[in-house]
Unconditional design. Structure first.
Length: 303
């Protein structure tokens, strides 16, 4: 495999590409892996007993690699279609009580906010805002500001805090581990949902992913993976406290050790994303992005 990542990406051949925060370009190796996986599935026979070991191998391989990045056991990693689904699906399985409060940062993505609003309407939950959008300066200054805002916003009814790891609108890094620690000291130990759309592939994620109750990412941004495949890590306590949701993707493994069957999604994408992950780990991406972490501007199109 060539070490020149730029030459591996057809999307970069004739342009200077800056919107990794919206969607990263896909390397040829990933395109080839997706096509090869599709061919293998057709040759073995879709939905035959011969095909499942291949699908399981590909899925397990990617799950293990993601678990390594997240710093959690593979059994706590599940696949989703995208970040929004990874954030919202697990919420539908939690034991809410009317009057519980969802504390949502003012820098969250509209899709996640909309899903939380609908959950609040159905379960008679309260919504409150955690103000972080105005924070500027160093990571230390943002951490101090975030923890102060959290302290002011927490109430005895707070049951969930929603906060992105890297804010899509300002680029500020949020102190996820410190927020998780503060929530553990709260009498109700609110769950912590972290939207990691802009973090996986851009910055180290293990500390935050292991601290969050739900840490939801996608492959198609900074990992330069295929669109249509996200992943999320769940905490032990969330797995213990949640019930199955309408979509079984939110339950990576059953507690009795029996494996949940993955719904019929698109296994070839997992092979493609695995390849992207390997290419991305070759360390070439900063050179493409100009060596700087890019912050997607508010006017860019969301995916
Ligand atoms: C912070 C954040 N969350 C969620 C999303 C939506 O991602 P997806 O389309 O994978 O659900 C985006 C997309 O840009 C984002 O920036």
């Amino acid at each position: 495999m060539s070490t020149d990542l730029r030459r591996q990406m057809p999307a970069l051949a004739n342009k200077t590409y800056f919107n990794y925060g919206g969607q990263g370009p896909l390397p040829n190796a990933s395109l080839a892996a997706i096509q090869a996986a599709w061919t293998t599935i057709q040759e073995l026979g879709p939905f035959t007993s011969e095909v499942w070991p291949f699908v399981a191998r590909t899925t397990d391989h990617l799950r293990q690699r993601l678990a390594g990045w997240f710093g959690v056991p593979p059994g706590r990693v599940a696949f989703s279609e995208n970040v929004t689904a990874g954030c919202l699906l697990p919420l539908w399985g939690l034991p809410w009580q009317a009057g519980d409060q969802l504390l949502i940062s003012d820098a969250e993505h509209p899709g996640v906010v909309a899903g939380c609003r609908e959950l609040a309407r159905r379960e008679q939950l309260e919504l409150a805002v955690l103000p972080v959008l105005q924070l500027r300066g160093t990571a230390e200054a943002a951490a101090t500001g975030t923890l102060a805002a959290l302290e002011a916003a927490l109430t005895p009814r707070t049951r969930l805090v929603v906060l992105s790891h890297l804010l899509w609108n300002t680029g500020q890094l949020m102190p996820i581990a410190a927020v998780a620690e503060r929530l553990q000291a709260h009498p109700r130990q609110p769950w912590l949902l972290v939207d990691a759309a802009q973090s996986l592939g851009a910055i180290p994620v293990a500390e935050a992913a292991a601290a969050a109750d739900i840490y939801a990412c996608t492959g198609h941004k900074w990992c330069c993976g295929p669109e249509g495949l996200g992943a999320f890590a769940l905490s032990e306590r969330l797995l213990a406290e949640s019930r199955p949701t309408p979509d079984r993707l939110a339950q990576p493994q059953q507690r009795n050790g029996r494996r949940q069957r993955l719904p019929s999604r698109c296994p070839p994408l997992r092979g493609g994303h695995l390849l992207s992950a390997l290419v991305r780990r070759s360390g070439q991406l900063p050179a493409i992005a100009g060596g700087r972490r890019r912050c997607p501007g508010p006017s860019r199109a969301h995916s």
